[in-house]
Design a protein around this ligand. Structure first.
Ligand code: DOR
Ligand code: ZN
Length: 432
């Protein structure tokens, strides 16, 4: 007999179908069997979801799962579990592993690790250049053939405009996306944080917002020249947002993402020298943060992506200038957005789900994710309590605990995550 699960009484927020209202959803096997009427089934497992929001499972365009190579920080399995706990059913795994995911063999290795873990779908991102060296093109055709949809040298910006131009030409030919980490290294070299009032006070070397903006400008120009699909990773500066706004208004097909930490924090938070706030791109001013929030609200920024970047305790406990940039984010992303954008009334729940599920699913080509929640669709879902107040603290499902949100109270907690019809998280706890 097929297993049935009934989500009863939840507010279903599903931007792909335009639905926002209280309705029951019945799952049979791995798919949605019924929405609304006729959802009763004898023997179904009934989940009382009154007070909860039910939405398509979240989709992360940008996570560092560290396998192969740095299994002490994270593995595909522990990263997948962190994703599930955070309400994600699909995650794009960045290519800056060791070895780098610059050929189909590494891509297949990550996929098989993900299949074995069975906690969410993992979409390996392919590197643009061999070894992230920035010069020689990686096996883009081979990886595209193997189904890779997003290519990125993230962690680094492609230094050469000529190489990026070439990559964008490939992107057009293979119908894939180039995701750029926008940073002019000649302006950011040695930087520990954003360059401004706070970097002078703290005595830390800074990188100006222009380090990002000049790369964004160059990349938009090359996207226009080539017609290749460009996605801009983790934008941090108001000036970058303005450039994207202009590019979109002129008809360029570009997409952009922002992280929950850039939406929540600013360079003021570095006064404690807490290395969990050391991220790349750096946290910028309160004005930048507010411009990023407004850009999510008006759609200039399409997606919210975690840039989940696990690092070892001993690395993060090193001197500030020795510590690697990055914060983990999969387990706190939804709550960070609910707390900082939805609570103050800047965006709706529907816009939240659009930016964290429907739109990233489209960019990633993850057709089984992002909704709509309709009969026959794969059952990849998240149920969360938008009102629950909780304290972010270790242990995490992630193997690392370098969270910028550590010790903060957030509102909004993931209760159930359903991946392919299986409850991988139930009552807030990972089931395997
Ligand atoms: O903060 C960051 N951490 N930014 C990046 O671009 C890379 C990432 C990492 O891999 O740790
Ligand atoms: Zn990056």
């Amino acid at each position: 007999m097929t297993e049935h699960t009934l989500f009863r009484g939840a507010r279903v927020v599903d931007p792909a179908s335009g639905r926002d209202g209280t309705i029951d959803v019945l799952i049979e096997g791995g798919t949605v069997a019924a929405v609304g009427g006729g959802t009763e089934r004898r023997g179904a497992t009934v989940l009382d979801c009154r007070g909860l929001v039910l939405a398509p499972g979240l989709v992360d365009l940008h996570a560092h799962l560290r396998q192969p190579g740095r299994e002490d920080k994270e593995t595909v399995e522990t990263g997948s579990r962190a994703a599930a706990v955070g309400g994600y059913t699909a995650v794009a795994a960045m290519a800056n592993t060791d070895p780098v995911a610059d050929n189909a063999a590494v891509i297949e290795e990550v996929r098989s690790l993900a299949a074995r873990a069975g906690l969410c779908d993992v979409f390996p991102v392919g590197a643009i250049t061999k070894g992230l060296g920035g010069e020689e093109m990686a096996e883009v055709g081979e990886m595209a053939q193997a189904g890779v949809r997003v290519f990125s040298d993230d962690g680094r910006c492609i230094p050469s405009a000529r190489v990026l131009r070439n990559a964008l030409r490939y992107a057009r030919a293979f119908d894939v996306v180039i995701a750029e980490h926008c940073e002019d290294a000649s302006l950011s070299e040695g930087a520990q944080m954003h360059e401004g009032l706070h970097s002078s006070t703290l005595g830390l070397a800074g990188a100006p917002a222009e380090a990002e903006e000049v790369a964004v400008f160059r990349d938009l120009a090359l996207a226009r020249l080539t017609g290749g699909r460009l996605h801009l990773c983790h934008l941090s500066a108001a000036g970058s947002v303005e450039l994207v706004r202009l590019a979109k208004a002129s008809g360029l097909r570009v997409t952009a993402e922002v992280t929950p930490h850039h939406l929540a924090f600013s360079d003021e938070d570095l006064v404690t020298y807490d290395t969990n706030f050391k991220v790349n791109p750096p946290l910028r001013t309160v004005e930048d943060r507010d411009a990023l929030r407004a850009a999510v609200a008006d759609g200039t920024i399409d997606a919210i992506a975690t840039d989940h970047a696990p690092h070892a305790v001993e690395e993060k406990e090193a001197e500030f200038d020795q510590s690697p940039p990055g914060t983990i984010g999969l387990e706190t992303a939804l709550a960070a957005v609910l707390t900082n954008l939805v609570e103050p009334g800047l965006i709706s729940l529907s816009r939240t789900i659009e930016a964290m599920s429907a739109t990233p699913a489209t960019i990633l080509g993850a057709a089984e994710h992002g909704g709509p929640i309709e009969p026959g669709r794969p059952a990849n879902l998240v149920a969360f309590d938008p009102a629950a107040d909780w304290l972010v603290q270790a242990p995490f499902a992630s193997r690392s605990r370098n969270s910028a949100f550590l010790g903060k109270r957030l509102r909004g907690k993931v209760i159930h995550t359903m991946y392919r019809g299986q409850l991988v998280v139930a009552d807030g706890k990972a089931q395997r």
